[in-house]
Each structure stands twice: as structure tokens, then as C-alpha cells.
Design a protein around this ligand. Structure first.
Ligand SMILES: CC(C)(COP(=O)(O)OP(=O)(O)OC[C@H]1O[C@@H](n2cnc3c(N)ncnc32)[C@H](O)[C@@H]1OP(=O)(O)O)[C@@H](O)C(=O)NCCC(=O)NCCS
Length: 180
């Protein structure tokens, strides 16, 4: 495990962009996720404070991105609710399983809460995200716009009561087109 004191979590800077691409490429083994990060960064849904890097001994070794999405409430095409998507996140393979991903998720949840965001949705490893408080998105009334198993479609409420009365479908912006 990396000691907290040895790990800095901070918003990305312009000079981090190349290494963020490289970490995503190495962690996922392809170009889809590096491209996704670049597309989200250029989109209206990008939130600079929520593109976070993990820095160890001066080196960026992990990255997480939360960006704006919408939840279209059933029967109401107007007034969608704003939410965040957690996607993608990646830790450089040599540094995985040392708590770096967890530190990125936890800091992201704190910042998201501080910024007043209500809900975060993630499509990802069913064994990983529940430890941070994510639970079944469908059980909360959310539907995915593409087929995804129940156990991989997860959400967390940052503002208590945000899911109350929600029944709707997540709408991903066009930046996500190649990965959804
Ligand atoms: C998933 C990932 C971001 C986790 O980061 P990390 O720094 O390795 O995670 P942590 O050290 O905080 O946590 C380690 C835990 O994550 C689990 N984990 C790591 N990769 C996992 C995977 N592919 N599927 C499920 N669980 C995974 C480990 O088994 C470990 O579980 P344990 O604590 O019960 O032993 C990192 O492994 C990674 O970059 N993987 C490849 C890219 C990826 O899958 N991104 C997420 C897409 S949803």
C-alpha cells in the first residue's frame, strides 16, 4: 500500500495530458479510453476540478475523470437531471493494487460533493465500486441507454434524497459514442 503522505491527488494540468493518455492506454490496452478522456476534455461536460491525477514521487501514476451527464426522467423529455459519470479511471499497471485507485475515487467523491453534484453513475467492475458506496443503479430507478448487466451498472447519491422519485434513463454525451 502507498502511504497517504506519498501520494498527492490533484486536478490535472495541461502538462499531464500526454501521461494521462499513456496511463489509460497501458491500463486498458487500447486507444478507446485515451480518446475518451481527450474528447470529454474538449466537451461541455468537462469539469476541470474533477479530472484528477495521482502523483507519486513526482510522477503521475493514475487518473480519474468525472464528467457531466444527464438523467432523462421517464415521460418528461424536458428538465433532465444533471449527474456525473465516473469514466474512465486508470492506474498504471506497475502501481495497481496499492490503494491509488481508491484514493482517486474517494477524493473525487469528496470534490463532487463539495461542488454540489447529486449523483454519480459508473459502468464498471462490480467487485470494485461498491466499497466506495456505489450500489445498483437500476434498483434506484435508473436505466442504461445500452445493455449492461445489473451488477456493473452502479450509482451513488452524493446529496441525500437525490434518487427519491427518480425513474429515468442515463443520457451520455457524444464524447462517449465510441465506448458505449
Ligand atoms: C481498476 C483500477 C483503476 C483500480 O486501481 P488500483 O489502484 O489497482 O485499485 P486499489 O489498489 O485502490 O484497489 C485494489 C482492488 O481493486 C481490485 N481490482 C483491480 N483491478 C480490478 C479489476 N479489473 N476488476 C475488479 N477488481 C479489480 C483489486 O482486486 C483489489 O481488490 P481488493 O482490495 O479486494 O484486493 C486499476 O486496476 C486499473 O487501472 N485497471 C485497468 C483499467 C480499468 O479496469 N479501469 C476501471 C474501469 S471500470
Amino acid at each position: 500500500m502507498v502511504e497517504k503522505a506519498d501520494l498527492e491527488i490533484r486536478p490535472e494540468r495541461a502538462e499531464d495530458r500526454a501521461v494521462i493518455r499513456e496511463i489509460n492506454r497501458l491500463a486498458f490496452g487500447g486507444e478507446a479510453e485515451p480518446n475518451l478522456v481527450d474528447k470529454i476534455r474538449e466537451s461541455a461536460g468537462f469539469i476541470p476540478q474533477l479530472s484528477l491525477v495521482a502523483v507519486r514521487q513526482g510522477r503521475v501514476v493514475g487518473h480519474i475523470l468525472f464528467s457531466l451527464i444527464e438523467i432523462r426522467i421517464d415521460g418528461r423529455s424536458d428538465q433532465p437531471r444533471a449527474a456525473l459519470a465516473l469514466a474512465p479511471m486508470a492506474v498504471q499497471p506497475d502501481f495497481q493494487n496499492q490503494g491509488i485507485g481508491s484514493a482517486l475515487v474517494q477524493r473525487g467523491l469528496e470534490i463532487g460533493r463539495d461542488l454540489g453534484h447529486a449523483v454519480i453513475v459508473v459502468v464498471g467492475h462490480p467487485e470494485y465500486y461498491p466499497r466506495f458506496g456505489f450500489t445498483s443503479a437500476r434498483a434506484k430507478g435508473l436505466e442504461s441507454p445500452f445493455p449492461v448487466p445489473d451488477e456493473a451498472f452502479l450509482a451513488i447519491e452524493l446529496v441525500p434524497g437525490s434518487f427519491h422519485g427518480i425513474k429515468g434513463t442515463v443520457v451520455y454525451p457524444s464524447a462517449f459514442e465510441d465506448v458505449t
